[in-house]
Write a protein that binds this ligand. Structure first.
Ligand code: CS2
Length: 489
């Protein structure tokens, strides 16, 4: 089966949108670190829109910092891939042309640094997942104990980490008399811009203090809120698309219709006319970010653990269970009181839209995909809101159930007894802690000692401990569905 590529674009069925511009004229203005499905279905589409609207400066060079998988999907396809938007009726297909190709960091780190230091590059976007920032999730400090961070500090010319690549490229730009690029973090981290900035400056300071000063003074690290549900592509998705395209597209991504990008209005140099591309520019991203992390992502994580434990493979199946649906509403009732909604965000309408998004059966979003890396997600999705509610003297039963479900997930066995691999950077640590605990109370208490996840003050709060322990016992004794029903009633 031949692959999607530039030469074959004209042979695609007429109902498929293709790049209507001359790709040979497109310059690389963006380097994206961590080119997974989310970038391809979200930011790259905005850059593709920018190019379509007549500004060819915004081509994207993708980079993978770990494996060559995406390079092997996209480079044989001249960087082209299909965005499949699924709303439950017909699939809407569009071939995205913004991506010039993919480089793999570990193959030739210096080449990627050189590409990032190119004068045409104005923006670095990143989706390297929470753990890719190499920051302690609880304190936000650069993880000096991380072997790759240590290696970057010894040899920044051949970086391994995302902050390392940014520092190396900024060093090269400064030496060449260029301005810094704008670094736009697109991960679901609170204060994502501040975090990557802190990591980059902390690393730069250890390498060359004057470089750190320059980055502090001239760099721009806007905070962002990004939103689009992009489930991992399955082989079935590719087979279905092949039948539509007549060629195989191994780089395809599937997504829901909804998409949103809010960016803090802070840039070091050129950028596309974001406002005309549907991107919201604002001075205050935080209220948007909190609303999204605590409503969408908080419910996603809670429902992922509860659903996956009780055998629901996909999000839409889990939220169709009345107890889970009512529980999500109860969780939102709690989370809502911790928010300071920005003008333009109508929380009841947002909640209603979210439930409809979760119910999108065409997406087939796996609960186990969302369950990944929970130790990195819990703090911003559930713990921060719980701490704020406790400080205000409010109850946290629904939030506690989400946290307890994460704890129960660390056991690596579902309610029906199926064993699974806990996919989390702290999995070895949680397994070690749990091995020393022989009853539910001991399990909760040992997991609460994980200071990289639970801020010590919260873990020591009797109300927090009581709520998490109570809901954990309920999940363990009643099962996830009944535990959710009890919390929601
Ligand atoms: C999900 C997110 O996998 C997860 O943790 O909660 O990827 C979610 O789909 C996106 O943040 C939606 O914008």
């Amino acid at each position: 089966m031949s692959r999607l590529n530039q030469a074959g674009l004209t042979g695609l069925p007429a109902d498929i949108a293709v790049p209507g511009y001359d790709r040979a004229q497109v310059k690389t203005g963006v380097v994206h670190l961590g080119i997974g499905a989310f970038h391809r279905a979200h930011q790259a589409v905005v850059f593709d829109d920018a190019i379509r609207s007549g500004d060819p400066r915004w081509g994207v060079l993708g980079a993978s910092l770990r494996s060559p998988g995406v390079r092997d999907q996209l480079n044989p396809q001249d960087g082209l891939y299909t965005l499949v938007v699924r709303d439950g009726s017909d699939d809407h297909l569009r071939v995205i042309g913004a991506c010039a190709g993919v480089m793999v960091g570990p193959d030739d780190p210096a080449a990627l640094v050189a590409a990032m230091a190119d004068a045409d590059v104005h923006i670095i976007t990143l989706t390297v997942t929470e753990k890719g920032y190499r920051l302690d999730p609880a304190t936000g400090d650069l993880l000096l104990s991380d072997a790759d961070v240590a290696a970057d500090l010894v040899d920044i010319a051949a970086p391994r980490t995302a902050p390392g690549f940014i520092v190396a490229a900024l060093q090269a730009r400064r030496a060449a008399g260029l301005k810094p690029f704008t670094v736009i973090s697109c991960d679901n981290l609170p204060h994502n811009g501040k975090r990557i900035r802190a990591g980059v400056i902390a690393m730069a300071r250890r390498i060359d203090p004057s470089l750190a000063d320059w980055i502090e003074a001239e760099g721009a690290f806007p905070q962002t809120m990004i939103d689009r549900i992009v489930p991992a592509t399955t082989s079935d998705d590719i087979v279905r698309l092949t039948a539509r395209l007549g060629v195989e597209d191994r780089g395809m991504v599937k997504a829901e219709p909804f998409t949103q990008w809010v960016i803090e209005d802070w840039f070091a140099g050129d950028r596309p006319d974001f406002a005309s591309l549907g991107v919201q520019l604002t001075d205050a991203v935080e209220p948007w970010e909190d609303a999204k992390l605590r409503l969408l992502n908080g419910a996603h994580s809670a429902i992922a653990y509860l659903g996956a434990l009780s055998g629901y493979e996909h999000v839409h199946e889990a939220v169709a269970v009345p107890a889970f649906r009512a529980y999500v509403e109860a969780l939102w009732d709690e989370a809502e009181t911790t928010l300071n909604p920005p003008p333009g965000l109508d929380i009841p309408a947002y909640r209603e839209a979210l439930m409809a998004r979760f119910s999108n059966a065409a997406l087939m979003h796996r609960t186990r995909q969302i369950a990944m890396d929970g130790s990195q997600k819990l703090p911003q999705r559930l713990l921060a809101g719980a701490a704020e509610r406790l400080a205000a003297g409010q109850g946290i039963e629904a939030m506690a159930l989400g946290i307890a479900a994460w704890m129960r997930w660390q056991s690596g066995v579902t309610e029906s007894g199926e064993a699974f691999v806990v996919d989390d950077p702290l999995a070895a640590k949680t397994a070690e802690l749990l091995a020393g605990a022989n009853n539910d109370l001991a399990r909760v208490s040992t997991l609460l000692s994980l200071s990289a996840v639970f801020p010590p003050a919260l873990a020591a709060d009797d109300r927090f401990v009581a709520a998490v322990t109570g809901t954990y016992l309920s999940v363990s004794q009643n099962g996830a569905v009944e535990a959710a029903r009890l919390v929601a009633e």
